[in-house]
Design a protein around this ligand. Structure first.
Ligand code: HEM
Length: 502
């Protein structure tokens, strides 16, 4: 009896401590006069985030509620941790570009020792990030893209042939999976120099592990946020975030590829080649070289960041073109005119001669930015220009890209798909921070050029060979998978493909 009494006492004391801890923490925004929804224990204001509601819509609701108040920033609590959401494009510009030195971190968890693949460019912070970014930037110049162009076109041709075969049996296809196989093969070839074969074999290992990395991550969105909030503790507890089987597979592929290339002196001028050169540099400056684990982590992030973002962009694009046949016809006409001008050859120059194709992709990325919310962390206390608000050292910041790109004051009738918004003259009238699918500033997407090239090649190849109409199983509007970090349609997108006889 006494034991039960003691147990109850301990339990009540712990619950009281937890209650007091949360109540104190929940005073953060109120005491600074910054608007915030009423938090509850234990989720703070994040109840439903990534569970019943997709993070894009969750943050859009917050933005839509607080932006009309004229405030530049509003607050949230993820559990007890305060998070700031930027509501003003000027402040966004300060954080991403003008005062970048104070916001060059994302504050994500990684663990080099126990989970080497987690220590990639996207998650690294501070000096490590800065040095690695400088080393990797030359990998993505337009010269390098031009060099890789024919390889990507080749994969595009294989994709077209594969689709011709598939539509013979059934012309209503789930296009997201097929596009993911195309981008997996592209990035597998360009990052690893390996023919992943996922176009022919849907269960090819690259596709399998790529698919599972997104569809079945090691931790839920909530748990990941908890890990991000307690990074030092998580490191001490040896917490890993990359799935064990995914890690084993990629480490082995990279180890084998590097070994083979070094032994046989293979130079392919692809991403892997450039990473190996960084590893083998002869220099006494330790900062300039990277280890095999670092090679693997970067190849891994190029793979993950490279295939899913581009394939979902193409999926959303074809969906919109199926819904808007007149835009589809116009895009096809522009493609054919440019190809004709370039003697029927799909060259790099021909691709750059199709500005309307870019407008279609830009409008797709406006309506469906694969990374809906961008993250930064404050390095030192920062007074928001033109206000009394101070973003304190260590505070997590959300830049609500999806919400900004659906703001009717910036994009009238935001649900309407209208590539003319990105006509050069129209685009010039808007604030540069109003379009953020690749982020901005020194920490923007390093693979922007490659991602756009891959999407252009995919779109040109597809529209030149097929007509697209909406399939019977596709809902309008699309519903997003709430638990996936990248914007992704539930159940994929079914489209009817009709081959075009040329
Ligand atoms: C349509 C395609 C793509 C989209 C929409 C996209 C989007 C993004 C976004 C929003 C960020 C964060 C930017 C920020 O915080 O300001 C990012 C970062 C990054 N992306 Fe992409 N991405 C795409 C393709 C690629 C490709 C093809 C690669 C590599 C081959 C890549 C590699 C990376 C890496 C490594 C980072 C981290 C950069 C850093 O922190 O320094 N991405 N991407």
């Amino acid at each position: 009896m006494e034991l039960i009494g003691a147990f109850c006492l301990v339990l009540i004391s712990i619950l009281t401590l937890v209650y007091v801890y949360f109540k104190n923490a929940f005073n953060y925004w109120k005491s600074r006069n910054i608007p915030c929804d009423e938090p509850t224990i234990p989720y703070g204001t994040f109840k439903g985030f990534g569970k019943t509601i997709h993070p894009s819509h969750f943050i859009k609701n917050v933005y839509d509620k607080y932006k009309p108040t004229g405030e530049k920033v509003c607050g949230l609590y993820f559990f007890a941790r305060p998070v700031a959401v930027l509501l003003d494009l000027d402040i966004v510009k300060h954080v991403m570009i003008k005062d970048f030195a104070n916001f060059n971190e994302r504050g994500l968890y990684y663990n080099e020792e126990d989970d080497p693949l987690s220590a990639h460019l996207f998650s690294l912070d501070g000096d490590k990030w800065k040095k690695l970014r400088a080393k990797l930037t030359p990998t993505f110049t337009s010269g390098k893209m031009k060099f890789m162009f024919p390889t990507v076109v080749e994969v595009g041709d294989r994709f077209r042939n594969c689709l011709f075969d598939v539509v013979k049996g059934n012309n209503e296809l789930e296009i997201k999976e097929l596009l993911a196989r195309f981008t997996t093969d592209v990035i597998g070839t360009c990052a690893f120099g390996i023919e992943c074969n996922s176009l022919k074999d849907p269960n090819a290992e690259f596709r399998k592990y790529g698919r599972e990395s997104f569809a079945k991550p090691r931790h839920s969105t909530h748990f990941l946020e908890l890990i991000n909030g307690f990074r030092s503790l998580a490191k001490k507890l040896h917490v890993k975030i990359v799935r064990h089987d995914v890690s084993e597979f990629f480490m082995k592929v990279v180890r084998d590829t590097v070994e083979y290339r070094e032994k046989n002196d293979v130079n392919r001028n692809d991403f892997m080649d450039l990473l190996i050169k960084l590893k083998n540099q002869e220099t006494t400056d330790k900062d300039k070289v990277i280890t095999l684990n670092e090679v693997a982590a970067q190849a891994f992030v190029f793979f993950l960041a490279g295939f899913e973002t581009s394939s979902t962009t193409l999926t959303f694009c074809l969906y919109e073109l199926a819904l808007n046949p007149e835009i589809q016809t116009r895009t096809r006409r522009v493609i054919r005119e440019a190809l004709e001008k370039h003697n029927g050859q799909f060259t790099y120059e021909a691709m750059m001669d199709m500005p309307y194709v870019d407008q279609v992709l830009e409008e797709t990325l406006r309506k469906y930015p694969p990374v809906a919310n961008l993250n930064r962390r404050t390095k030192n206390d920062y007074r928001v220009p033109g206000s009394k608000i101070v973003l304190e050292k260590g505070l997590s910041i959300i830049i609500p890209a999806y919400a900004i790109q659906h703001d009717p004051e910036i994009y009238p009738s935001p649900e309407q798909f209208n590539p003319d918004r990105f006509d050069a003259e129209e685009a010039k009238k808007r604030d540069a921070m109003a379009w953020l699918p690749f982020g901005d500033g020194p920490r923007n997407c390093i693979g922007l050029r490659f991602g756009m090239m891959q999407a252009r090649i995919g779109l040109v190849t597809l529209l030149n060979n097929f007509e697209f109409a909406l399939g019977s199983k596709t809902p309008v509007p699309l519903i997003f998978e709430t638990s996936q970090f990248i914007l992704s349609p539930v159940g994929g997108v079914y489209l009817k493909l009709t081959p075009i006889k040329s």
